[in-house]
Design a protein around this ligand. Structure first.
Ligand SMILES: O=P(O)(O)OC[C@H]1O[C@H](OP(=O)(O)OP(=O)(O)O)[C@H](O)[C@@H]1O
Ligand SMILES: O=C(O)c1cc(=O)[nH]c(=O)[nH]1
Length: 191
C-alpha cells in the first residue's frame, strides 16, 4: 500500500530485506541442507532503518494474531539471529507505551556466573513468543521453545521475519504452536 507518506512499513521493510539480505549462490544452511540462496537477515535486523521497522511490523503482526502485549509478556529466541528481533519488538512496544520484555536463549548453558540458559527477566510462569529472523527447518526456534518450556514459560506461539517454506511450519505446528511470519519466498521474489 502506498499513500501520501510513501509505502507502508511492511512494504518498506520488504524492499530493504530484498535489497540488503538476499544473497544468491550455493550455501550450506544451519541444518546442513544445501541451498541456492541465503537470506542474511542480520544485515537487516542490525540496520539503522530496517531494525525499527522490524519491531513495528512484527508487533503489528503479533497484535493481529492475538499475541500482542495484552496477551504476551516477553519475546526472544535462540541467540544470535533472534536477539535483535526481540529487542526491536521491545523498543517498538515501548514507543507505543506498552510493556514487553525480551530474553536470549543461549545455545548452551553458561558454566560460570548465574549459569542461566535464558538471559533477561525471568520467563518462568510467563507467556512468551519465540521469535527468529528466519526459519528453514524450524530446528533453531524449537531448541529455544524446548529451553523455554523447561524453564516453565508458557510458549504462546512462534513468529519469524522470513519463512523459507521448507518445513518449519509443519514442525512448529506439530508442537502445538501457532506459526506466524511476515514474508514468504514469493514476497521476496524467490519462489
Ligand atoms: O530453521 P533452521 O533450520 O534452524 O535454520 C534457521 C536458523 O539459521 C540461522 O541461524 P544460524 O544457525 O546460522 O546461527 P546464528 O543465529 O548464530 O547466526 C537463522 O538465524 C536461524 O536461527
Ligand atoms: O537455514 C539457514 O541456516 C538460514 C537460511 C537463510 O536463508 N538465512 C539464514 O540466516 N539462515
Amino acid at each position: 500500500m502506498t499513500d501520501n507518506w510513501g509505502p507502508a512499513p511492511r512494504e518498506q521493510l520488504r524492499r530493504l530485506v530484498t535489497e540488503l539480505a538476499v544473497v544468491h549462490g550455493r550455501v550450506t544452511l544451519a541444518s546442513g541442507r544445501e541451498a541456492d540462496y541465503y537470506v542474511d537477515l542480520r544485515r537487516v535486523t542490525l540496520h539503522h532503518e530496517a531494525a525499527p521497522l522490524i519491531g513495528h511490523v512484527l508487533l503489528d503482526l503479533l497484535e493481529e494474531v492475538g499475541l500482542g502485549t495484552q496477551e504476551v509478556d516477553a519475546v526472544g529466541g535462540l541467540t544470535l539471529g533472534a536477539d535483535p528481533v526481540a529487542t526491536a519488538l521491545l523498543h517498538a512496544a515501548a514507543s507505543r507505551g506498552q510493556q514487553l520484555d525480551a530474553f536470549v536463549v543461549r545455545k548452551e548453558g553458561k558454566a560460570h556466573g548465574l549459569q542461566r540458559r535464558i538471559e533477561g527477566p525471568d520467563v518462568t510462569g510467563r507467556r512468551v513468543v519465540a521469535v527468529e529472523d528466519t526459519s528453514t527447518t524450524g530446528g533453531s526456534v524449537l531448541t529455544a521453545v524446548e529451553a523455554l518450556r523447561e524453564a516453565g514459560a508458557d510458549v504462546a506461539g512462534v513468529a519469524v521475519i522470513v519463512d523459507r517454506g521448507t518445513g518449519a511450519r509443519e514442525r512448529i505446528e506439530a508442537e502445538g504452536l501457532s506459526y506466524h511470519y511476515v514474508y514468504d519466498l514469493a514476497d521476496l521474489g524467490l519462489a
